[in-house]
Design a protein around this ligand. Structure first.
Ligand SMILES: [Mg+2]
Length: 198
């Protein structure tokens, strides 16, 4: 009886690892591109809402434009990978000069990720996904066996269902209890995170 209980605990602990990001940063502005490059990353997938812009914003600001420019200047492929509808994702992509974008990705499901991997035939260890949500972005990255960067959401306001918000909150609590992730304790320094260990 005792060992059965500890087996269940072990299993729950392993499941929690599916929500563990490779890197945790305050914002996309803290991403250290040189370091990612050193780690062999060639493709950067990025969530849209509350990762690059607030849920109620539409236009990319100077920070986003600078980020996308330096991503390209550093030779990365940049892919917008959003759960939102086509019109919003396409409109943003065009304004920001992003050629590769996927809408209606249904993260954490793997369907669009498989399509993307066919179009951009890179190895899993050459891809990383940036996003603000554990239940969608980090889970889909781990399920697809690619690295991930968790960022804090730009705005607390979003259109998530109550259930998603509840689950997200629950996960932060459990991850903190297991010392896997502490909300607000970022893995970054003055120049952004150093990810050579990726
Ligand atoms: Mg998001």
């Amino acid at each position: 009886m005792k060992s059965r209980k500890s087996n269940t605990q072990q299993k729950n602990f392993l499941l929690l690892n599916y929500f563990k990001p490779s890197i945790y940063l305050r914002s996309f502005k803290k991403v250290n591109l040189a370091s990612l490059k050193n780690s062999g990353i060639k493709v950067i997938l990025c969530d849209l809402d509350n990762t690059l812009i607030g849920w109620n914003q539409r236009v990319p600001n100077a920070d986003i434009m600078n980020f996308i420019k330096s991503v390209k200047d550093n030779g990365f492929e940049f892919v917008l990978f959003s759960n939102n509808v086509r019109s919003r994702v396409q409109n943003f992509a065009k304004k920001a000069g992003i050629e590769n974008y996927f809408w209606d990705c249904k993260k954490p499901l793997l369907g669009k990720m498989k399509v993307l991997k066919k179009i951009l035939p890179f190895e899993n260890n050459e891809m990383i996904l940036i996003g603000d949500q554990l239940v969608t972005d980090i889970l889909v990255a781990n399920r697809a066996h690619i690295k991930s960067i968790l960022v804090s959401p730009i705005s607390k306001i979003n259109d998530d269902s109550k259930l998603v918000r509840f689950f997200e909150k629950f996960l932060y609590k459990r991850l903190s209890q297991k010392n896997i992730l502490q909300e607000g304790f970022y893995t970054e320094g003055e120049l952004g995170g150093n990810y050579d260990i990726l």
